[in-house]
Design a protein around this ligand. Structure first.
Ligand code: F6R
Length: 364
């Protein structure tokens, strides 16, 4: 049932302010402002290394979490595409854990990676949406994402629920390692509790994004740029756009622009820049100036402070409320999803069932 939405994807985008508190509710004690994980058969305090592996959108959730694990818990992380991880014969040291992330819990390469990690004696934590799935059954620890059934082939609410779950795991690891103080933890948990309200605010950008998607629908190629946790979001934005609108798109770390992709920039090339005002904002502004100087058209997704500071020509701005940097990836996902959605609707594609794609990829 799509409710009053035209597509399951739209319904699932709009459901996020409801499903996110569900997920956080499972991992957070709101009165104590602490993260509470289920009983784990491992000691997070003695984890020496984290390997993350997944495919597609789930991989990008892991790529955001990499920053969190390193920042909150000071644990080194390596992250890998599951189809590479499983065949690379990655050495996995005792004391490490492997985190696999999957909406369906049936992705062949992710499952094979789980089995590989277990064979090498790693404890495997699965962040999965389907609790009865093979990945959920075979993992040592299951952290459910509780997004509810996701029908649209393009993953939306499962992605933000993966982020919510991974944020809680990162905070719990930081606490167990003695890196985060309880004040830090309270502050982070309070920020998490703001997510549903901020998502509702972000959804209000939909009419503006619908207008803006007319520019994108005419483009042959679109570039997405971001730094820090917004870099994986740029990758996710590009993936989402190509999946459902069939417009070629690339996500890049903003700092890589001048190492190649800048050669593509001309007045026909829209560049979506995901850049809340944060500690790397100024760096991203200089990348935007490089794009503008070559006639590229910029769509800047930012907050008021960022919008005031970025005085670049040929720019459209999408302005989100100000928020703590930690939770920004969850909120900035909304415009990223809406950009792809509205562009695809305008292109007249089959948004919920894009060509050549399957919801669950059970063959390698
Ligand atoms: C993107 C998308 C795919 C999946 C990928 C992994 O919108 O849906 O990239 O994210 O196939 O699927 P799961 O999470 O089921 O392992």
């Amino acid at each position: 049932d799509k409710g009053n939405h035209r597509h399951f994807m739209a319904k699932e985008i709009y459901e996020q302010p409801e499903v996110i508190p569900h997920t956080f509710g499972h991992y957070i004690d709101p009165t104590k402002e602490t993260v509470v994980l289920p009983e784990l058969p491992l000691d997070l305090g003695s984890v020496t290394h984290i390997s993350i592996t997944a495919c597609g959108t789930a991989l990008y959730a892991g790529a955001v979490a990499e920053y969190w694990f390193e920042r909150f818990a000071r644990v080194p992380v390596s992250i890998d595409i599951a189809s590479e991880f499983r065949y690379r014969e990655t050495p996995l040291q005792p004391g490490g854990i492997t985190i696999v992330i999957s909406q369906s819990g049936e992705t062949a390469d992710t499952l094979a990676s789980l089995r590989y990690a277990k064979e090498l004696g790693q404890k495997v934590v699965a962040v999965v949406n389907v609790p009865t799935s093979t990945i959920a059954r075979e993992a040592d620890v299951v952290l459910p994402t509780l997004a509810g059934v996701e029908i649209g082939v393009a993953s939306t609410k499962a992605f933000t629920c993966q982020l919510a779950t991974l944020a809680c795991l990162a905070v719990a690891t930081g606490r167990a390692k003695g890196v985060l103080t309880s004040d830090d933890e309270h502050r982070l948990v309070r920020a998490m509790m703001e997510v549903p309200r901020l998502m509702t605010e972000a959804l209000k950008l939909s009419p503006e994004i619908e207008l803006l998607s007319r520019t994108l629908a005419k483009a042959q190629d679109v570039l997405y740029l971001g730094r820090g946790t917004n870099y994986p979001l740029a990758l996710e934005g590009a993936l989402k756009l190509k999946e459902i609108s069939y417009i070629h798109a690339e996500g890049y770390a903003a700092g890589e622009l001048k190492h190649g992709p800048i050669a593509l920039i001309d007045e026909k090339m829209p560049v979506v820049v995901i850049a809340p005002y944060d500690r790397v904002f100024e760096k991203t502004v200089s990348n935007m100036e490089e794009v503008a100087a070559r006639g590229g058209r910029i769509i800047l997704v930012t907050d008021q402070k960022g919008a005031d500071l970025a005085n670049v020509t040929a720019m459209q701005k999408l302005i989100l409320p100000e928020m703590p940097a930690t939770i920004a990836p969850l909120i900035y996902s909304i415009p990223v999803q809406l950009i792809a959605y509205h562009t695809a609707v305008l292109m007249g594609t089959d948004v919920d069932q894009p060509r050549n794609l399957a919801k669950s990829v059970t063959v390698e």
